[in-house]
Design a protein around this ligand. Structure first.
Ligand SMILES: O=C(O)C1=C[C@@H](OP(=O)(O)O)[C@@H](O)[C@H](O)C1
Ligand SMILES: C=C(OP(=O)(O)O)C(=O)O
Length: 442
């Protein structure tokens, strides 16, 4: 059953809200809690479908995982190397992060795990993880083109590797580092461009030795030492900056808006969107900057702003990779041209986001151009006509981005199936309508 939603012109947005917990950090907290000795507690876990599937998978791999009455989560881990063979297929739903990180986890456990997911996840490339994990000794049996479903036959004799990432991907980096936990010696990943470092930060917090060496040519080498004793921890999950991006851009484009987003994660490897919006002239104040659970957070005060087009450098892509769809929406309201460079990875997300954004913007009367891996959006400074119906193709960020566009465009915007929003932002419609949006079932 699909769930079409329509978004019409909003009232000026006002109020203060906290968006759900960070998806990247939530997955990792569950995985590391499952590998730690003793009890871990997680506060603020994202209870979206992607993360709930990781919780179920950790249970299937032998950890105790339960949600307590106060909304926090309790885990009782198995210790590094202590996972057990799951009795059934692990279905990771829509989640690339869940699938790829878990492939790393099981690659160095001597048993077989079978992975699958929804139609979106089954179409995504997995060779980027199976290739390095095979070098460590695991065997992979995948569908044509290295796609899921896949069986991973873990090795009982893992080899540490030194691996240079061919694509900037925190998921690939993390899969290798997690495989390295149950591997003798030192496993090293070399990155050309820094990607989100939640794995490194949280692994250290659980007791692992993770070293980062900055090489002379700008690359850096991240090493994990095998067989650490991880011990249970208390993890506090910040609000997800990638989810906060939707109400943030909505407040910028709906005239007269002023909202506060509380406790938003401000890890510098995640904040490229906010830097870009400020360059476009956005009025965003970062208030009460503090640390929560080992990650920087702040409250964001955001007021409606006149935006101007900018050039977004390719080097910034890793720090805002999931935010291009909503940035493209902001660009459609700006005066002048916005050029977003280095977007090749957008083509292998939950859907081909490059194509989906271009199609959606055209359907809403926005002038766009494709120049290789550069997306060009021409804003006129006036609200775009809107009126389009956008195909979501199981991609939550496409659904949310175009619902935000409809909040300030001439005519309402419809998305054909908003169900996917549950993967990362449960309660999106209610939260946005609470701020002043008019998002309704068609
Ligand atoms: O490590 C992570 O938690 C993530 C890494 C990114 O993917 P890639 O590693 O494929 O760039 C991002 O798009 C995804 O939403 C979450
Ligand atoms: C790309 C995303 O997630 P994943 O790769 O985990 O499916 C996302 O949330 O935008």
């Amino acid at each position: 059953m699909s769930k079409p939603l329509k978004s019409s012109q909003a009232m000026p947005l006002s109020g203060g809200v906290r968006v759900p917990g960070d998806k990247s950090i939530s997955h990792r907290a569950l995985m590391f809690g499952a590998l730690a000795v003793g009890e871990s507690r997680i506060e603020g876990l994202l209870e979206g479908d992607d993360v709930l599937r990781t919780a179920a998978a950790m249970r299937a791999l032998g950890a105790e995982v339960e949600r307590l009455e106060d909304g926090s989560w309790r885990l009782w881990g198995r210790g590094v190397g202590g996972l057990q063979e799951p009795a059934d297929v692990l279905d990771l739903g829509n989640s690339g992060t869940g699938a790829r990180l878990m492939m790393g986890l099981v690659a160095t456990h001597p048993f077989t795990t079978i992975f699958t997911g929804d139609a979106s996840l089954r179409s995504r490339p997995m060779k980027r993880v199976s290739e390095p994990l095979s070098r460590m000794g695991a065997r992979f049996f995948t569908r044509e083109g290295g796609r899921l479903p896949a069986a991973v036959v873990g090795t009982d004799n893992p080899l540490p590797i030194v691996y240079e990432l061919p694509v900037a991907s925190a998921q690939v980096k993390s899969a290798i580092l997690l495989a390295g936990l149950n591997t003798p010696g030192i496993t090293t990943v070399i990155e050309k461009e820094a990607t989100r470092d939640h794995t490194e930060l949280m692994l250290r917090n659980f007791g692992a030795t993770v070293d980062v060496e900055y090489l002379e040519d700008g690359r850096h080498a991240i090493s994990v030492t095998g067989f650490p004793e991880l011990t249970g921890r208390h993890v506090v999950v910040p609000a997800d900056p990638s989810s906060a991006a939707f109400p943030a851009v909505a407040a910028l484009i709906v005239p007269g808006s002023e909202i506060t987003l509380r406790g938003v994660g401000m890890n510098p490897l995640r904040t490229g969107l906010y830097t870009t919006l400020q360059e476009m002239g956005a009025d965003i104040c970062f208030q009460d900057a503090r640390e929560e659970g080992g990650e920087p957070v702040a409250d964001l005060l955001i007021r409606a702003s006149r935006l101007r087009g900018v050039e977004v450098p390719a080097e910034r892509a890793p720090s805002m990779i999931d935010e291009y769809p909503i940035l493209a929406v902001a660009a459609a309201f700006a005066t002048g041209t916005t050029r977003m460079n280095g977007l090749s990875e957008l083509r292998v997300k939950e859907s081909d986001r490059f194509a989906a954004v271009m199609r959606g913007l055209v359907a809403c009367g926005v002038k766009v151009e494709e120049e290789g891996d550069t997306m060009v959006v021409h804003g006129t400074g006036a609200p775009p006509p809107g009126g389009g119906t956008v195909a979501v193709n199981l991609d939550h960020r496409i659904a949310m981005s175009f619902l935000v566009l409809g909040m300030a465009s001439g005519q309402p915007v419809t998305v054909d199936d908003a169900e996917a929003i549950e993967t990362s932002f449960p309660g999106f419609e209610t939260l946005m309508n609470g701020l002043g949006a008019k998002i309704e079932t068609v």
